[in-house]
Structure formats: structure tokens, C-alpha cells
Design a protein. Structure first.
Length: 588
């Protein structure tokens, strides 16, 4: 057998075995990827459904909170005589109109009512005495907290046995309920209902079909869904016979622990993809079970065919390549390998001499062009990384602005309410200066004197908000006032001291801002005598994801501008106060 034949035979054997293995791996991997993607898509649908549910039900929760301070409802119930039937009817008309104002825009709400032991205000339904229902008792026990009562049979809940064999659209409802203790502001004083006035129970009822319509339109055909409350009572289900029943399964307990996610289980002898997510508003668990075959059954023939075609194509290509290699196995390959080795070691000046006009000659030309292109790309990549770093610094700087503006405007709002707008003019002047400072297009470094002027305006607003709860002192070396530093450098730390450090103080809070130089470094200290921060809290601020967005951004800005050697140190003793030291180089 000639060398050519032996080489061809060896090549075919070597290519056939890997091709078989790769085809098998490709088939299994493709099937798994498709399954996982389908699983993720269904999970996204369930998450989106829960978000929609939370949005819909959250609106009712928000509106119910507004009823606490509704002056009209306060006056009606505070002055109502439960023994006067005519007065009750008149009050019912007014209360129905008020409830309609809050809930009529929400098309998902079936009925909004106020229940008392002597009358049911709002939409009239054959509920008998709703004050004897479990819904009413649950609201009384919650003492003002919103309670989401799972789907129930109307006839059973309100003991209307004469409706048991009837057909009506509100047969199955779920309700949100809370005890209302009305109050309102009168001459800056909070006025509450009289102690002898019975507190009504707000009940917002929904048809169970609200949840059914959402799931049935979005999940794949053949899927099963259910919504369970924390006691495993079925709130909604694709199997209508399960509604209001208890659904106990061992695997559901692990879902409640995780809260959200996907898994694969074997249920009723079939492989099922199970997707679950818990509502943030109601705490109910939405579960969707999809047979795995329903998701990928139609794709399996496509994957199998594409795998086979790819294997045949690769095999045919391998045969053609074998004949090509047999005729070109000498000097050109060695030259290219030597040049590649040099390029791999970083010598991009390496060139391959082109002495032929055949394929290897063309390959050598392409290699030379590729080498030039790589050299250019390395340079471009270096320049791009520099620009990305500059853009990242700018982005981190810009994050500080909206975060602080929100907090400032919120503080001004509360100040105006609590202080009867007496200091609003002065606060607006301060805020105008602050906005001018933070809204400049140039977000580069600023002199310390400008930063401190901005801080004085900030302290004035905060002092007015907290009515002299704290005082501020400065001890800064004069030479530092002209030195430049990142804008809004101190704000996250003093804000943390005021809002959190002094949260338990009525007066006597102290903030000391100190600045000094040591060798080639500048140091600034923000010290307070507040409640302090635990060791775990400091660890979270410095090294983990935490709610301290401003502090995390400040650390990132410092390190982006000056390097990893600079940043902040936090020392705190619980009950005694916190010290934050900012370390910067002795340069702008």
C-alpha cells in the first residue's frame, strides 16, 4: 500500500471516530439547550404573570391605604348613628361613591365594600351578615394589615345555602381585606375616630377568573397551572374542581423555601418541567407544570436531522481535505508553523516569504495580512479599553446625580409639610445652588472650597428637615481648599450619618469633617456620634452588594480616578459613632 493510501486510510479512521462522538454530543447538547431555553421562556412568562398580578393587586393595596386618611369617610363614620336606618341608607350612597372613586378604574375589582356589624356598605350582594364570615374575622385579627383571602365558595363563606345549586358569575371570589381606622390632619393635628366608633372592614373582591385568564393566554398548550396560598389552598387552577381545595404535596415545601425558580420532576409517570414564583403582594405561589415532550417534541426530529446532515457534511469535507493535505505536506507548513510560533510569542513583525502562487502561497499572503491586522487590532483594543475606562468613570459620576436629587426633593417635601412652608424659600435658594452645582456638564474634579459650599447648602436643608437635630464642625488644613477632588465626595457619608446614624436621636448629633495631608496623600474624615454600624454592615458596604448605592459609587469613582490603592476606611463602634476616612493622592 502506498504512503498516499495509508495516509488517506489513517485520516479517514481518525476523522470517523471523533465525528461520531461529536455528533452524539451535539445531538444531546442541542436537545438540552433547547429544553433549557424553553424552560427559561416559560419561567419568564410565569415571572411576568406574577409581576402583572402584583401590579394589579398592588394598586388595590395602595388605594386601600389612602382610605385611612380619607376625610369624608372619617366624618361619615365618626358621626354615623347605626340605629338610624334612614341615615344608614344615606351613608351607604356616599360611601359607595367614595369607594367607586378609588376602585372603579380598576376593571379587575369585582366589588369594593365596607363591612360593619350593623351594615354592609357598597355593592349589595346576598351576603347575609358578612361580619360573621371568616374574611371579616381575619381582618379583625390582622388589626389593619392587608390580608389576601384565597378563593372561596360564595355560598359557603356567607352561608347562603339557597344559592348552592344556582349559577352566578361571582360564585368563586378571592378578596383583599383590612380593618380601617380612619384619621385625618386637622390644624396640623392628627384626629382619629372616637373610641366608641366601630372600625369598618374594607373588602375588595375579585373573580377567580382574573388569574385564570392571565395564565391560560400565556402558557404553552398542554400545561397545568395552579396558584396556592401559604396554607396550600388552591386560589386558581386549570382544573376547576381543585379551586378552594387543599393541595398537599411534599415537593411544594421546597418551592416555598426558594420562592422562585424552575426544576424538573417526574409526576404521574411523565417528565415535567415545573416553574414557580411567589407573589410579593399576596405571598401566593404560582406553579406551572409543562410536560417536557410538549416543549421539545416537535424539535427533536429537526435536531436529529440537522445532526445527521452536519455529520455527513463534515465527513464529505474531511475527504476533500484529505486529498488536499496529501499534496501539500512539506515546506509551506513548516514555514507557517514557525511564523505562528513567533506571533504567538508576541512578535507581530514576523513575515512569511511567499515563493509560490498556489494555495500555500495564498495562505502565506493571508497570514501576513492577518498578522498586520492583529497588530492593528491590538493597538485599537488598547485604545478602546482606555476609552471604556473613561466612559465608566463618567457613568459612575452621573449615577450620583439622580440618586441624590431624589433624596433632596423628598426631604424638601417633608420639610414643607411639617414646618408649614415657613422655611421653604430659604431651602429653595439652597437647592437652586445645589442643582446648579450638580447639573454642570463638566463632571471633572472640583476644588474643595466648592465642594464644601455645596455641603453647607445640603446641611442647611437637612438641618431644617430634622429641626436642629445635629450640628457640623470643620477642621481642614488651609492648603487643601484649592486642591481638587471628585464631586459629591462627602455627601453619601454625611447622608448616612444623618438618616441612619442619628435615627434614634432627638438632638445632640454631631458631624465633624476634618482634612489633612500626610506625605503624598490627602485624608478627609467624616465622624459622627450616631448609633454606629455593625461589623457585618461595614463588610457589606465595602465588599458586597448593599443598599448603600451612593457609598459604593463613591468608592468606585475614587478607584477609577486614582487607582486601587486609594478609597475609604470605615471604623465604627455600636452606640458611639462612625468614622469614615477618605484617602486620596496629593494631586488633582
Amino acid at each position: 500500500m502506498t504512503f498516499r493510501a495509508r495516509l488517506l486510510q489513517s485520516y479517514l479512521i481518525l476523522i470517523a471516530l471523533p465525528l461520531l462522538v461529536l455528533s452524539t454530543i451535539f445531538y444531546n447538547t442541542s436537545l438540552n439547550v433547547v429544553t433549557e431555553q424553553a424552560q427559561k421562556n416559560v419561567y419568564d412568562v410565569v415571572k411576568k404573570n406574577n409581576d402583572v398580578i402584583d401590579t394589579k393587586l398592588g394598586i388595590a393595596d395602595q388605594n386601600s391605604r389612602a382610605l385611612f386618611v380619607d376625610k369624608d369617610l372619617y366624618q361619615i363614620f365618626n358621626n354615623l348613628n347605626p340605629a338610624d336606618a334612614e341615615e344608614l341608607v344615606a351613608a351607604d350612597r356616599k360611601i359607595t361613591a367614595i369607594l367607586s372613586k378609588y376602585f372603579s378604574q380598576n376593571e379587575d375589582v369585582y366589588a369594593a365594600q365596607l363591612w360593619t356589624s350593623y351594615y354592609s356598605f357598597g355593592l349589595s350582594m346576598p351576603q347575609g351578615d358578612p361580619a360573621k364570615s371568616q374574611i371579616y374575622k381575619a381582618a379583625e385579627q390582622a388589626a389593619g394589615k392587608m390580608i389576601w383571602y384565597p378563593t372561596y365558595d360564595f355560598t359557603t363563606m356567607f352561608n347562603q345555602s339557597w344559592l348552592k345549586d344556582g349559577t352566578f358569575d361571582y360564585r368563586y371570589l378571592f378578596s383583599a381585606t383590612r380593618l380601617l381606622n380612619f384619621s385625618h390632619l386637622e390644624d396640623s393635628s392628627l384626629v382619629k375616630l372616637g373610641t366608641n366608633v366601630e372600625r369598618p372592614v374594607l373588602t375588595i373582591s375579585y373573580k377567580s377568573t382574573v388569574l385564570d385568564e392571565l395564565f391560560e393566554k400565556s402558557i404553552p398548550a398542554g400545561s397545568i397551572y395552579m396558584v396556592l396560598n401559604p396554607d396550600d389552598v388552591v386560589v386558581a387552577s386549570s382544573d376547576k374542581s381543585q379551586i378552594t381545595q387543599s393541595y398537599k404535596q411534599d415537593w411544594i415545601h421546597s418551592f416555598r423555601t426558594q420562592g422562585t425558580g424552575t426544576t424538573r420532576l417526574k409526576l404521574s409517570g411523565a417528565n415535567q418541567i415545573v416553574v414557580f414564583d411567589r407573589s410579593e403582594v399576596t405571598g401566593w405561589l404560582s406553579i406551572v407544570m409543562i410536560p417536557q415532550s410538549a416543549l421539545v417534541g416537535s424539535l427533536v426530529p429537526v435536531i436529529r436531522t440537522s445532526t445527521l446532515v452536519s455529520a455527513l457534511a463534515l465527513g464529505g469535507g474531511a475527504l476533500l481535505l484529505a486529498y488536499f493535505i496529501l499534496n501539500h505536506v512539506t515546506v509551506p507548513i513548516k514555514k507557517l508553523m514557525s511564523a505562528m510560533r513567533s506571533v504567538g510569542e508576541g512578535d507581530f513583525q514576523t513575515k512569511v516569504e511567499v515563493a509560490r502562487n498556489d494555495e500555500f502561497g495564498l495562505l502565506s499572503q493571508r497570514f501576513n495580512r492577518m498578522n498586520d491586522r492583529i497588530q492593528m487590532l491590538v493597538k485599537e483594543n488598547y485604545e478602546i479599553k482606555l476609552k471604556e475606562k473613561e466612559a465608566e468613570i463618567q457613568a459612575l459620576n452621573m449615577q450620583m446625580n439622580p440618586h441624590f436629587l431624589y433624596n433632596t426633593l423628598n426631604i424638601m417635601n417633608w420639610t414643607a409639610i411639617e414646618n408649614n412652608q415657613k422655611e421653604l424659600s430659604k431651602m429653595l435658594v439652597c437647592l437652586s445652588s445645589m442643582l446648579h452645582y450638580t447639573s454642570r456638564k463638566d463632571w471633572g474634579a472640583v476644588p474643595l472650597s466648592e465642594e464644601l459650599e455645596w455641603m453647607r447648602n445640603y446641611f442647611y436643608i437637612m438641618s431644617a428637615r430634622f429641626e436642629g437635630k445635629f450640628s457640623v464642625t470643620y477642621d481642614i488644613e488651609p492648603s487643601l481648599y484649592k486642591e481638587k477632588l471628585p464631586r459629591l465626595l462627602f455627601q453619601p457619608f454625611v447622608e448616612n450619618a444623618i438618616l441612619h446614624g442619628f435615627s434614634g436621636l432627638e438632638e445632640g448629633g454631631r458631624i465633624a469633617i476634618r482634612g489633612w495631608t500626610e506625605e503624598e496623600s490627602r485624608f478627609f474624615e467624616i465622624r459622627d456620634n450616631g448609633i454606629g454600624i455593625s461589623k457585618e454592615g461595614i463588610e457589606a458596604i465595602l465588599y458586597k452588594e448593599s443598599a448603600s448605592v451612593g457609598i459604593k459609587n463613591t468608592i468606585s469613582r475614587i478607584q477609577m480616578a486614582y487607582g486601587e490603592a486609594y478609597g475609604i476606611r470605615i471604623h465604627s463602634v455600636t452606640g458611639q459613632g462612625t468614622s469614615v476616612i477618605v484617602h486620596l493622592p496629593q494631586r488633582s
